[in-house]
Write a protein that binds this ligand. Structure first.
Ligand code: FPP
Length: 250
């Protein structure tokens, strides 16, 4: 089935966040090593960005490397970092041609210097692009992000730049890595796992979830559209009753 045709263009998720899972299992199925799975993940990233762009989604965020992923074997961590650097460099002309802005969230200081330098260059070079924002979560952990926000806010209080009464959701939002991104509307996780794994805990408060058995390297545009259809078929009530939502829509 072609899901694109069924999408309601008046109800497009503005920010889709994706937990890419299943690269290792996909590679194993092919009789290959895990790195082969990560390399083939790039096609799925490209397909998702194209699909998001086709329907008018303004931001897409990929969970590429968690704080916990540092515990993986060194050769896998190194391979992922090399893949990141190579992919970003190679795709810069395409980012520019298509108006793609690249961002990164996470404890980026922990990344190898080469990865930091490449990231900074790409972020700087694409910062005025406006078609779509691709954010890579790298060395990212949501609890760590919240701890940092609390520290930064506390420091401002100690320095009299902020008072305790000023702290509200807006202030907390503005101290998260995702400060300039729209609300997350839809979270997709592949490979059949149904967990959040320390991803955007604050930001997904009102998001819808789509879990699919598809392993990440197999994920294609039509899988993205299918997730959007499911999102559109749900009624987002934000705590209100169905009747209140219906009245609003009249
Ligand atoms: C999850 O599959 C995948 C990852 C932890 C890494 C994803 C990173 C990339 C695709 C490369 C980064 C490059 C760019 C350009 C951002 P898994 O290894 O956990 O699979 P498994 O659960 O089947 O073992």
């Amino acid at each position: 089935m072609n899901y694109l045709e069924q999408i309601d263009s008046n109800n497009i998720p503005q920010h889709v966040a994706i937990i890419m899972d299943g690269n290792g299992r996909w590679a194993k199925q092919q009789g290959m090593n895990r790195i082969f799975g990560h390399r083939n993940a790039l096609t799925a990233i490209r397909e998702s960005v194209e699909a998001a762009n086709n329907i008018g989604t303004k931001a897409i965020t990929f969970y590429a490397f968690s704080t916990e992923n540092w515990k993986r074997p060194k050769f896998e961590v190194n391979a992922l970092m090399r893949l990141l650097v190579r992919t970003l460099k190679k795709n810069l002309p395409e980012f520019q041609k298509n108006g793609i802005q690249v961002k990164a969230i996470g404890n980026l200081n922990r990344l190898p210097k080469r990865a930091q330098n490449t990231l900074n260059k790409i972020i700087e070079a694409t910062k005025t692009n406006t078609t779509i924002i691709i954010t890579f979560a790298l060395s990212y952990g949501s609890r760590e992000e919240i701890v940092n926000a609390v520290k930064n806010i506390s420091e401002k209080i100690v320095n009299n730049e902020l008072s305790i009464e000023d702290i509200d959701e807006k202030i907390i939002n503005s101290h998260l890595y995702t400060v300039s991104l729209p609300e997350v509307d839809l979270v997709i996780r592949t490979s059949g796992e149904q967990r959040i794994s320390n991803f955007l805990l604050w930001q997904i408060a009102y998001a819808e979830f789509h879990f699919t058995e598809v392993l990440w390297p197999d994920f294609r545009k039509n899988d993205f559209y299918k997730a959007v259809i499911e999102y559109q078929n749900r009624e987002r009530r934000f705590g209100k009753t169905s009747e209140q939502i219906e009245n609003l829509n009249e």
